[in-house]
Ligand binder design. Structure first.
Ligand code: ADP
Ligand code: ZN
Length: 621
């Protein structure tokens, strides 16, 4: 049974006991539809395979059932950081959970085992290798564990994007615990990965629940890249004091950009796999505790970062696939509040990726045939990414369709195209003709930079040496700066109105379509290169409706202080959604505070009085 259901809608609860647990522990009033079905399957002891996008609310599906049935369930998770964050978040609501992992002392581990044996724990988190290789299974058998949740279940499949061989060992769960149910969770949607998960875990006629991949609270923008730093600063300027992730391709770039942002007074740090573990850890921690706002990172940053209030994910270069883009942008707005995802696009990146792909295939130990297959598949991914970036159509629709789901709305109101932010250049055909005839005049023997220098009338050494200052096209685009000119040439390359040779020193050449433009039989549309203006999306306006922003900022300062004192990620204290609810409702009694979303009984007891004082202005954070 496969069902596709909206994940952002919520349903009233049928089951009074579930409703009671949900409001008392989490302070939520509703389950999302898929959660309700996943929880029903878990309570019925029926195997399940749940596919939900990042932020869809997978964790509640395995956190809630053991409270209802008063069982001890086991969650298998690939990363220690992920386990720790979840245990922290659960402890914050008084939920009896613990993790067993290699980073703990012998004594800490045996304490957890004692709690486990005494039946105190509702959830135990552990990694596959620890589960299988340490005798932990015997303990679990004695306790009579009846339910296993396998998180990030795509790690078991070599078709997934994050294959981990140790996940394969989980195959023995079925044999060792024949009467327990197994529940797999992932955000990877392809049917191939899905059936692989079911097979490897020997799931028995699992309930398959597949969520909607669209993330309505994210605003997508693609901005032609003209100046990485200027544009990055302008975009970050819309998110002062908010959590942002800025992705770069190379390690060097992350360091350069982070230094530049820090020089502008922004709280930014670089992050990449080449930094030592201690420094990486410090940066991650500073980010989750809100002592820095911005991480400038390679794709090494992300897995295990669970800050739910990331308001901006900015890609300064092209990701290598839409899968990667979906995953990286998925880190924005996990709290369900509006967040922005901007891609600075230049087709120059396509060519860098292409040569990287070829180089790494050539350096691999694969047979020539296999190399070709690898290159072809990576180029296919790159092409999809490029099509997305240059298409002037709704980004939400394009992404949904790529992941095999239709997108119902005609205009999403949450992307640059639907918000009408993209402008086309007046006289684009004439501009294109100027560029193309310049390519012809330099006899199709020069690269993008040189062609643009000639068009701008720049008297560089190379221009003078080749006497290109005497060409009729010299200075035809004198009013345009170099970056803008190069951007226009790249747009022509993207639309295949101009070609480019492969290799280290690519040369721009004309093709059949170029001649059609030159002869005036083909119209050209070019986008106006700009710094990236942005209109407010409906989601953003709605999320701030009625919120006292001063109070919200005071609440955040208070939260930062608590997070630092306790050494916990700030969002585990209270997330942004809860803070905004308080800053909107301005509760004046504990009863009113309890009605705010995200406030359950434990948080009320822990922070109720302090929060009321903050609201009434009697206390400074
Ligand atoms: P995933 O693991 O699928 O990426 P999470 O489990 O971290 O997603 O949930 C994402 C966010 O949604 C969290 O901030 C969580 O508190 C919130 N959330 C989950 N379920 C509900 C619900 N029923 N009502 C309100 N908020 C919810
Ligand atoms: Zn749109």
């Amino acid at each position: 049974m496969t069902k596709q259901v909206e994940t952002d809608e919520t349903l009233p609860l049928g089951d009074a006991q579930i409703a009671d647990v949900l409001t008392r522990w989490w302070g939520f009033d509703r389950l999302r539809p898929l959660q309700a079905e996943a929880i029903a399957a878990a309570l019925a002891g029926r195997d399940s395979l749940v596919v939900m996008p990042t932020g869809g609310g997978k964790s509640l599906c395995y956190q809630l059932p053991p409270l209802v049935g008063e069982t001890t369930d086991v969650v298998i998770s690939p990363l220690v950081a992920l386990m720790k964050d979840q245990v922290d978040a659960l402890e914050a609501i008084g939920y009896p959970a613990a993790a067993i992992h290699g980073g703990m002392s012998q004594e800490e581990r045996s304490q957890v085992r004692d709690r486990l044996a005494a039946g105190e724990l509702r959830l135990l988190f552990t990694a596959p290798e620890r589960l299988v290789n340490t005798g932990l299974l015997d303990v679990l058998a004695r306790v009579g564990v009846k339910r296993f949740a396998v998180d990030e279940a795509h790690c078991i499949s070599q078709w997934g994007h994050d294959f981990r061989p140790e996940y394969r060992q989980l195959a023995l769960l079925r044999d060792r615990f024949p009467s327990a149910s197994i529940h797999a969770f992932t955000a990877t949607a392809t049917p191939q990965v899905r059936s692989d998960i079911a097979r490897q875990l020997s799931l028995r006629d699992p309930v398959q629940l597949v969520g909607t991949f669209d993330r309505p609270n994210l605003v997508y923008r693609v901005v032609p890249r003209t100046d990485r730093i200027v544009q990055t600063l302008a975009i970050l300027g819309r998110h002062r004091g908010e959590a942002s992730i800025v992705y770069c391709i190379s390690r060097k770039e992350t360091e350069r950009l982070a230094a530049r942002l820090a020089a502008e007074g922004l709280l930014a740090c670089p992050y990449h796999a080449g930094l030592d573990a201690k420094q990486r850890h410090r940066t991650q921690e500073a980010f989750t505790r809100e002592t820095i706002d911005i991480v400038v990172a390679t794709v090494a940053f992300g897995m295990g970062i669970d800050r739910s209030d990331v308001r901006l994910v900015l890609h300064t270069s092209l990701p290598k696939s839409l899968e990667a883009y979906q995953q990286e942008t998925g880190r924005a707005g996990r709290d369900g509040l509006a967040a922005e995802c901007v891609l600075l696009y230049s087709s120059a990146d396509v060519f860098s990726w292409e040569s990287l792909v070829r180089k790494s295939a050539a350096e691999s130990e694969l047979e020539p045939e296999e190399q070709e297959r690898l290159i072809a598949s990576q180029m296919e991914h790159l092409l999809s990414m490029r099509r997305y970036a240059q298409a002037a159509r709704c980004r939400h629709a394009a992404l949904s369709e790529y992941f095999g789901q239709s997108y119902p709305a005609a205009a999403c109101g949450a992307c640059d195209v639907c918000l009408g932010e993209t402008d086309s250049l007046p006289d684009a055909t004439v501009t294109a003709q100027k560029i193309l005839s310049c390519v012809a005049r330099v006899q199709e023997r020069f690269g993008v930079r040189h062609v643009c220098e000639v068009l701008r009338g720049a008297k560089t050494d190379a221009v003078l040496r080749h006497r290109h200052d005497g060409l009729s096209t010299f200075g035809l685009l004198a009013a345009v700066d170099q970056r803008t000119a190069e951007n226009l040439v790249h747009q022509l390359l993207d639309q295949e109105l101009l070609a480019r040779t492969a290799g280290d020193r690519p040369v721009v050449t004309l093709n059949e379509r170029s001649w059609e433009v030159l002869r005036g039989t083909r119209e050209v549309v070019l986008l106006e290169p700009r710094a990236g203006k942005a209109k407010a999306s409906k989601a953003d306006t709605d999320d701030w409706q009625g919120v006292d922003r001063d109070l919200f900022e005071r609440l955040r300062r208070w939260r930062r202080r608590i997070a630092e004192a306790r050494g916990k990620p700030a969002w585990t204290i209270l997330d942004d959604k809860a803070l905004r609810a308080i800053a909107r409702e301005r509760p004046d009694s504990l009863a009113a505070l309890l009605r705010c979303k995200g406030i359950g009984e434990k948080r009320l007891a822990d922070f109720g009085d302090e929060l009321l004082k903050l609201v009434s202005g009697k206390e400074d954070p």
